[in-house]
Design a protein around this ligand. Structure first.
Ligand code: GRF
Length: 218
């Protein structure tokens, strides 16, 4: 029997791309259900682009500064995604907000990782927000993307303790370790059809096992 076809994904980045690299590492496994068909950045100088290109992955820069408005930038992105036959869009530190029509065109087929336990601390500076709020647990969330920022249905989360003496950098570093763990895993669930969007909820296949008694959902 031939192996199941892999889902063709594009990873969209704006910076160093450490989450992208965690997906690249996971995708080395022969049975990983997704293949990275494209890495795309809105910033031509993004460090992650060079890293992906060095690994032989197709890369594109679509510089948002060259476009007069959000709609024309989104149209250029869409053209790249169409040309590469992309089935699932994976946002990994992509620092542009999309127009609603673009997001709606990818409903259930675009995921993001956000460095907080949503619905707490949307937007930027999440670690500062968490320290200011005095929470004792903080973490990261993988979610489907909807037009409202950082508001989409949740696929996976991991929590870390906030320790006495933490500053935004120490907290970010502790959470990044968990991001690199849950993003490839959550992406695999979506790419294989074991997690899917159903209205405003995420539905999991019966055989998805979630460990009990840990701080982590995956
Ligand atoms: C990560 O913290 C991610 O959660 C957020 O942006 C950061 C990107 O880091 N959305 P990297 O480029 O993946 O290293």
């Amino acid at each position: 029997m031939s192996p199941a076809a892999k889902t063709r994904i594009a990873i969209l980045i704006s910076g160093r791309g450490s989450n992208m690299a965690s997906v690249m590492a996971a995708a080395q496994a022969p049975d990983y259900p997704a293949e990275i068909a494209l890495v795309l950045s809105n910033r031509p100088e993004a460090g992650g682009l060079a890293h992906a290109a060095a690994a032989g992955i197709e890369t594109r820069a679509v510089d948002h500064k060259r476009f007069r408005d959000r709609a024309s930038f989104d149209a250029a992105l869409q053209a790249e995604l169409d040309a590469a036959g992309i089935e699932l869009v994976v946002l990994a530190g992509f620092m542009r907000i999309f127009s609603a029509p673009f997001v709606e065109a990818w409903t259930g087929r675009m995921i993001n990782i956000h460095p907080s336990l949503l619905p707490l601390f949307r937007g930027v500076h999440t670690h500062e927000q968490a320290l200011r709020a005095g929470v004792r647990l903080h973490g990261c969330t993988v979610h489907f993307v909807v037009p409202e920022l950082d508001a989409g249905p949740i696929i996976a989360q991991a929590a870390v303790p906030v320790l006495p003496g933490d500053d935004p950098d120490s907290l970010a570093a502790r959470i990044l370790v968990q991001e690199h763990r849950i993003y490839p895993a959550a992406l695999a669930l979506v790419a294989s059809g074991h997690a899917r969007l159903d209205g405003d909820r995420v539905v999991f296949a019966d055989d998805v096992r979630v460990p009990e008694g840990s701080l982590h959902s995956l």
